[in-house]
Design a protein around this ligand. Structure first.
Ligand code: IPD
Ligand code: CA
Ligand code: CA
Length: 265
């Protein structure tokens, strides 16, 4: 019998093939604003993944960004982002992924994030460690914020969340971080942190499909993640994240939790 993580990996890879073959086809549409986009590839990927998962695990439920609306508390739940990084994708920027996680009554048990352009498969099962293309990964060993590279993301918002993010960037640059990155795919931000490419990542507004798989992969790689709103250890019910390699955590939290409001937006 296939392990659950293998099903997640195969689902993510199948979705990845669909989106990678559609890049540059220019089928972008707007969702609820001119800057929140969706493409035909998002929908085709989700449809294909949902069909595959329901065949592999009959009776399981699916929460997918575009079309599937099961409850987060469901007893056998797949949480799917069929194309994470749609803005990159629709501009022909080859940095996006597919995220598939499996949870039982709110506990994330397995996850896979696939980057089809680099052919990188990140995955984890609870208690089993995290891997990249089958090889174990670990967060960075850097313990100094001023030697860190920090990733962030901007939610589809031009108000409060944007303002808070800009304030945190201001605070981090004041602490002389090496630099920050806004790559454009939250699932890959988390897995790149898990693989030691970043030292920290924060984003104040996220949805479960953005982070469910990446959060497990990060914690299995030795990282630390808190819910940006409550400060408690992050779980499937978080709505924003502050994450790190563990070593720079307190310094990162100090810059991000009470970030100054710059009054720009
Ligand atoms: C978005 C990306 C982006 C993050 C946004 C997400 P989408 O997901 O992960 O990096 O900043 O918050 O919504 O819309 O491309 O699936
Ligand atoms: Ca997403
Ligand atoms: Ca998406």
């Amino acid at each position: 019998m296939k392990e659950i993580v293998e099903i997640a990996q195969e689902a993510a890879m199948r979705g990845g093939r669909i989106i990678a073959s559609s890049i540059g086809t220019g089928d972008t549409m707007q969702k609820d604003s001119t800057y929140n986009l969706v493409t035909d590839a998002d929908r085709r990927s989700e449809e294909h993944i949902a069909h595959f998962l329901s065949q592999e695990m009959p009776g399981s439920s699916i929460l997918g960004e575009e079309m599937h609306r099961a409850a987060l508390e469901s007893d056998r739940l797949w949480v799917v982002d069929p194309l994470d990084g749609t803005t990159n994708f629709s501009h022909g920027i080859p940095h996006f992924g597919v995220s598939v996680a499996y949870a039982e009554t709110g506990t994330i048990l397995a996850g896979a994030v696939y980057d089809p352009m680099r052919r990188e498969m990140f995955s984890a099962s609870l208690g089993q460690g995290a891997t990249l293309n089958g090889n174990p990964i670990r967060v960075s060993g850097n313990s100094r914020l001023n030697q860190s590279i920090i990733a962030t993301g901007f939610y589809y918002d031009r108000g409060e969340t944007m303002e808070k993010t800009l304030g945190a960037l201001h605070a981090l640059f004041n602490k002389d971080i090496h630099c920050m990155r806004r790559m454009g795919a939250a699932s890959l931000d988390l897995t790149w942190l898990a693989a030691g490419r970043f030292d920290g990542y924060f984003e104040y507004t996220l949805s479960p499909w953005d982070f469910a798989a990446g959060l497990l992969i990060l914690s299995e790689a030795g990282g630390r993640a808190i819910d940006a709103r409550t400060g408690m250890p992050a779980d499937l019910f978080a709505s924003g994240l502050i994450c790190s390699n563990g070593r720079i955590h307190d310094e990162l939290v100090a810059c991000t939790v009470n970030a100054p409001r710059l009054g720009i937006v």
